[in-house]
Every structure is written in structure tokens, then in C-alpha cells.
Design a protein around this ligand. Sequence first.
Ligand SMILES: [Zn+2]
Length: 302
Amino acid sequence: MSGLLNILPHRISQGLTAAYFTVTSWSIRGRSTLVQTTEMARMTVKKIPALKDNFMYLVVCNETKSAAIVDPVEPDRVLQVAKEAGVSLTKVLTTHHHWDHAGGNADLWKRYQADPSLGKLSIYGGNDERIDNLTNPVGQDDTLEIGNLKVRCISTPCHTTSHICYYIETPEDKVVFTGDTLFLAGCGRFFEGTAQQMYDALITKLSALPDDTKVYCGHEYALNNLRFASTVEPDNVDITQLLGIAKEADLEGRRAMVPSTIGQEKRTNVFMRVGEGVVQKFVGKSTPLETMQALRAAKDKF
Ligand SMILES: [Zn+2]
């Protein structure tokens, strides 16, 4: 980590140095996989790599040891990490219905039914019958608790119609789990929505969060996203420097680029920069909305 921090540009490193990482590792199918732990004043986030390039996140209230899991697609690993952490895991936060995010809900639900000592499981997510075992449908500005942590739901339809991001704010720290809406230096495909909806999600809603909010996204796509970004804004120094870091990072095992911050995204994510003249010029458009549409189309072909 210290080596990585040395080469980070100052503005980007600020967000990372505030966090304290510990790393544990084990081997699955011969491949080394790592859990990164960020300990904050009142909450702890464990970033658990899953499948090929997904992330699951265990969120713990430090005071009560209550925990929630974001997108538990690999229930075995989730239960193992929760057990090792000594926490009480009783909530699932589903970002959206796609199998690589919600595909573990049914299995996890079954395990809780079979073993009452685990407690009663509640599964949150957008109101959508495609999300398995949904017990608590949520929408914009609905709130829920993880112990003493208050979670606010942010509705971001576009990638899917019922996509939800989850925002947690404490006096010291802020984090947001963005699923397949906002990625490090990118955004999700518009499978079930419009450019207007992604504009509302990225520019109206997520850009309004404090700049030091840590962004925990659903996939490790940093390298490809930054390569695209550098073709859109070749003179953006922040993008160039972050691309250099991504090239050096062990994305397969450690996946060291996440979390980002909202401030970093505003500087380096071209989808959050559709109001910038240089981004509009790249796609030959003159409004942020047309630019959002054309930029996504260009990225789809990249
Ligand atoms: Zn998805």
C-alpha cells in the first residue's frame, strides 16, 4: 500500500490515506483472492472479490457488530468472512437483479432458514420480482439501519429499472455502494433505461454526495474504463496518473483501485463530466444529455 500511495497524485491519495487497509488472503480454485478491510471510526467495510471481477461488501457497525452484505453472490465466502469477523449478519442489500449480484440471495436465504442460530435474514432491494427472496422492497430516500449506522437508499434506474445505491453517513465518514450504476471511471450499460436516467443518477444524485464519500462499486473495471477515459480526455492529468496506477495495480488478485471517492470521480470519470466542453467535443455533441448518450455508445464499442 505504501508503495502505491507514493505514486498517487496528491488529490487522489487524500481519500486513500484516510482509510486503513488490512488484507487477508486465501486461495480459491488455485487463484489468490484477497479481502481488503477499511476500518473507519464507526463502521468497517470488507471488500470481498467474487466471481471474475465482482465485489461483495460486508458492512459492519463497529459499536454493535451488526452487519449487512451488499450483493452476496457467493454465500459460502460471505458466511466465512462474517464468521471470522465475529459479526451478526442479518441484512442483505441488493443493488439490482442481475445474477452476478442477486444470484446468491436464494441460497443465503435457505441457509438462514436451515440454521436459526444465524438469526432472521432481511433482504432489501428495489421493488422488483426478479430479485430473489426480497423481503424489504425500498425506493428513493427510504432508510434502514445496520446497528447504529443509518443507510439511505438512492434510486438509480437505468442499468436496470429497480437499481438501488446505498449511502451511509456518520459524523466522520461517508460511503456509497453503487452496484452497476457508477464504476471507478465509468458507468453501467443502459440495459433498461435512458441517458436521462443515467444523467439523473450520476449528475443529479451521486454528484451531490460529499466529495470525500468513498465509492464502492460492483465490478473491477478500472483499467479498461481509464483507458477509454484517456482517449476522451488525453490532457486530463488526473486521468493519466490514475491510469498509470491502474496499470501497475494487481487488479486480478488484490483489486486495489476500489474504493474511489465522489471527488475523484468528478475529476476522472468522463460520464460524470458530460458538462465539460472537452468531453462534449469528443462525441461531437453540445448538451450534457446528448453527450451522455453518445459517450455510452462510444464506450460500448470501445
Ligand atoms: Zn448488472
